[in-house]
Structure formats: C-alpha cells, structure tokens
Design a binder for this molecule. Structure first.
Ligand code: URA
Length: 239
C-alpha cells in the first residue's frame, strides 16, 4: 500500500494532506524519514511516526476506553465534554465508506457512569456488539444509596417492569458484594437501565461503573480517561 494511502486510511487527513506530510519529510519508519508518498509498504505490523507521534497501522480500529465521570458519549454533547475529545484526532477522522468518519462508541454510558467502553470503526463489529439479539453480557458495579436487601436482589433476578415496556426486564445475575454494593449482569441495554431497575426495587444508584463486557474485563492499569487498542486475544473474548 502506498504510504500516502496508509496515512489517509489511518485518519491523518485528506489524500492531499497525507501526500504533503510525506513529501515534506514529516513521516518516518524505524527512525528513517520516508519522503516518497508513493513508497509501497507492507502494512502488517507497520509502525510509522508522523510529526513525532508513533502510530501502529490498524486496518480497523478496535479500542477500549475507561470512561471518566463527567463526560458524554455523544459526538455533540449537551453539557459535558465528549469522550471523543479523549482520542487523538486521527481516530476521530478515520475515513469510513458510507458512514460518518472516525470510531464510534458501542452503546452509551451516562454522563456520571464510569468504566468500560468499546469503540470501533468496523460496522459489522459495532452491529454485532450492540445487537439486542446477541445478548452480550455486561457487568455493572453499583453503589446504592441504601443497603441492598436479599428481597431486592431476588426482584432484580425475577424481573421488574420499567415504565416504557410492559415486559419485565431481569438481571442475568445479581449479587451483593458489600452492603450497598451490588454487581449486576445485564444482557440488554435499555436507556438508564441499571438506574431504573434499581429504582424499581426501591433503592437508588449513587455511583455506577461498568467493569466487563462479554469475557473481557476492564484492565486495572487503564486509568479513567485512558484508551488503548484491543489486541486479537482480547477481541476473541468479545466473540
Ligand atoms: N444503565 C444506566 O442506568 N446507566 C448507564 O450508564 C449504563 C447502564
């Protein structure tokens, strides 16, 4: 693949800008400047540096973010900074055929919810991970306002009716981890689902953190506000 096309595919700007970046000597590979925009390179395991920033080539982007509190998952947030501002511009600009550019969050977390968020530019993956039919389990760590009672846990497991749907929604698993702390596993993603389910059993969510999606847990070393690429093994855990 030509170097200018590689840069374009990774979100470094229009084809013209990418050709210019290369021709002007802003791109290097293994410490050597490559200034021919048409230089033909194998993309497998390719790493290149653009204006001092090293970048690993990825045909598709699969990312994991630890969402901090006080951020919105929308591209056009209404009151809080968007989680997309935590990503480098290239990830927000990656061209996508037939879709808006850039990676997209898979599902949304509330402004005050923290934890695990997946982002991708692969439409098939986004659809698979967000399809209600797939029932991908998601683990939520709830801090409730009051001690969670065994009766509340039973009700969450048996199913509660939320005001927009006559069919009860139930937790796939629910366990009290410590007094006011509850671990809930849900396989669907209705609007404010955890908060509404906990309210429906007579308690209230004070803090909410998503700790796992499918077989993949949020790594302890990924601090709030940080993101990283997912590797092939981690992607397997999401299948
Ligand atoms: N359920 C909620 O109520 N809020 C979230 O952010 C996620 C799940």
């Amino acid at each position: 693949m030509q170097l200018q096309d590689i840069l374009y595919s990774q979100g470094f700007g229009t084809r013209r800008i990418c050709a210019g970046l290369v021709a002007q000597g802003h791109v290097s590979i293994a410490g050597q400047v490559v200034d021919d925009p048409a230089a033909d390179l194998a993309t497998e395991r390719l790493r290149f540096t653009v204006q001092g920033t090293e970048w690993p080539f990825h045909e598709k982007a699969y990312l994991l973010m630890n969402k901090p509190a006080g951020t919105e998952c929308s591209q056009k947030p209404s009151a809080w900074p968007s989680i997309y501002t935590l990503l480098p511009a290239a990830l927000r600009q990656r061209p996508r055929r037939g879709a808006a550019p850039g990676v997209q969050a898979i599902g949304r977390l509330d402004q005050d919810t923290t934890g695990m968020l997946l982002l991708s530019d692969d439409g098939v993956f986004i659809h698979r991970m967000s399809s209600p039919k797939k029932h991908v389990p998601k683990v939520y760590e709830v801090t409730a306002a009051h001690d969670v009672t065994p009766a509340q846990v039973e009700e969450l497991l048996a199913g509660v009716v939320l005001n927009d749907d006559p069919r009860p929604v139930r937790a796939a698993a629910a366990e009290v981890t410590d007094g006011k702390r509850l671990r809930l596993v849900l396989t669907e993603g209705k609007y404010h689902q955890v908060k509404r389910m906990v309210a429906a059993v007579g308690n209230q969510v004070e803090a909410l953190h998503r700790s796992q999606i499918g077989g993949l847990a949020l790594p302890a070393d990924l601090a709030p506000g940080q993101w990283r690429w997912l590797d092939a093994e981690e992607l397997k855990l999401l299948e």
